[in-house]
Design a protein around this ligand. Structure first.
Ligand SMILES: [Mg+2]
Length: 242
């Protein structure tokens, strides 16, 4: 007989079966990453933005071509985003940088996804964008995908300054922006494992997007490769919550 194991430590209710654990997640709020999450990495859009980051570093900061890629990687690893690294090392203007790197014809790369649209329209919870890009880029992406109306707000890199994902203070600001919901009733969906790992440590139900691994690994509570499976994941599908 399946049984319910209630835990005072979490808001999860566990239905234990003979074959494993099925977890019901009582969520109120979902934070969605933007780039390479709301559209597939295979679109090439984020690759184009990365090329423009390199162009900015070469044209505006006179960094030699052969140093751009290793420096970008170093800044990303040290500061969380290239922007934060360039601000620290070169005192660049964030608004100017963000406008330059996101100056891309979005519709050439991304189109509305009917499955994602349907999921967003039907999930009974509050939805926010939480992105290391800026609000302007986020709105353009949401408009191109025709899903802007489903989101209550956008937490962008300017609103969490001087932090960014995956720094815990950035998550604190995101939660405050959403009205301080209980983190255990929140979900974070992101394509980057280091973001998902911190979100999980802070108590959010954390979903690594873009992976179809059956085992989510230590970073994530779950993985997701098909938006159509998100409702099941959040309302009673099998996962590996621990
Ligand atoms: Mg992303």
């Amino acid at each position: 007989m399946p049984g319910i194991v209630a835990s005072s430590q979490t808001t999860y209710r566990r239905y234990v079966t003979g074959t494993g654990i099925i977890t019901v997640v009582n969520y109120s709020t979902i934070f969605f990453d933007l780039d390479d999450t709301l559209y597939p990495a295979s679109s090439g859009l984020w690759h184009e933005i990365k090329d423009r980051i390199g162009l900015y570093m070469g044209q505006k900061l006179d960094i030699p071509q052969e140093q751009i890629q290793p420096l970008r990687r170093q800044l990303f690893e040290e500061y969380g985003t290239t922007l934060r690294g360039l601000q620290a090392a070169y005192n660049i203007d964030a608004v100017d940088y963000l406008a330059f790197v996101h100056d891309v014809p979005l519709a050439d790369y991304i189109q509305p996804n009917p499955v994602l649209t349907s999921v967003l329209a039907n999930l009974p919870c509050r939805k926010f964008i939480f992105t290391n890009a800026d609000d302007k880029h986020a709105r353009r992406v949401l408009q191109t995908l025709q899903i802007e109306q489903y989101f209550e707000g956008i937490i962008d890199i300017l609103s969490v300054s001087p932090y960014c994902k995956p720094m815990p203070p950035a998550f604190k600001i995101a939660l405050e922006t959403a009205g301080n919901p209980d983190p255990h009733r929140c979900v974070m969906i992101d394509d980057l494992p280091h973001t998902i790992r911190v979100a999980r440590e802070l108590g959010l139900f954390s979903i690594l997007y873009g992976s179809d691994m059956s085992e989510p690994g230590f970073e994530a509570n779950a993985t997701l490769a098909d938006w159509g499976k998100l409702p099941e994941l959040l309302t009673g599908g099998t996962n590996h919550e621990s």
